[in-house]
Design a protein around this ligand. Sequence first.
Ligand code: AKB
Length: 345
Amino acid sequence: MCYDGAMSQLVALITGANGEIGRTLLERLAAEGRYRLVTLDLTPLPERHRHLCQESYAGNILDRYLLDQLAAHHEIEVVFHLAALLSTRGERDPELAHQINVEGTLHLLRVAQQQTQRLGRAVRFIFPSSIAVYGLPDLHTKALAGRVKEHEHTVPVTMYGCNKLYCEHLGRYFSTHYHATGHQSQAPRVDFRALRFPGLISSDTVPSGGTSDFGPEMLHHAAQGRPYTCFVGPSATIPFMAMPDAVRALMLLLDAPREGLTAPSYNLGAFSLSAEAIAERVLRAFPEGRITYQPDPMRARIVDSWPEDVDDARARADWGWSPLYGVDRAFDEYLVPAVRRRYTK
Ligand code: AKB
């Protein structure tokens, strides 16, 4: 344990802190200094991130004893539940995906609800959901659907997508109906808020186990001069977002006044690109890269089932969402320069 800030005792718990979003979120939260940071991840945080935390636990989200210990030792005000098994990995072991993504979330919601009752105020539970909750049956329907709204085409084709969709409902249930009858009916409830991320692209981390990974993988391979074989075809198109916008969205949703929120889960858009369009941008910046296509049927089918783009009007209206990184700024001002610095060190 190591922490040298001197502010509030209130704790933000971040699960999956060692993952793609977690590391950037940790840096942002530490810079703001509003919370003491407690993290949980299967793998220990690297030293430079551990140093930002009051305490970091290496353990399993399915370990109920560990979660109870954690709750007993900290006044958790906010939970960012990032731990998940992503879509490709989930298809390789659907039962494990269900355990981690659903049972893990259930345990954590139970802990957050107990904390809510202990503190006498609603713990905010921020849950990154995904475009994987959508399932377009074929490319024709995908083209016609265009920018999908939150309630459209929610028929996911992956275990991960099913898990995310169900957990959105689980969170809504905990925040509005949990123990609605019986002696605890008036007790405060956890304040659950979810957002559906598109594929994320970060300059710092290369994701693993996802199906939107072809975007970041192309970039990081080309920047190192390594050839890349893309697992979807050139025309495969989904929405993407630069990591700083993703973390900003988490913070905006965290701070949004409860009374302004009209839905338990929100779409978030930034830009939409085909694999070929990403390859063009990447190769313009890193001409030494080489990108070829060898679609993997299972992964290509997943990407084809995800929408071309999302309609995020609700997030814009309810809590002022608007991306700072459109496609040009994302590549020209963030991804390309940062990735170049990273690999020329
Ligand atoms: C995945 O590819 O599984 C994730 C996602 C889109 O939620 N990146």
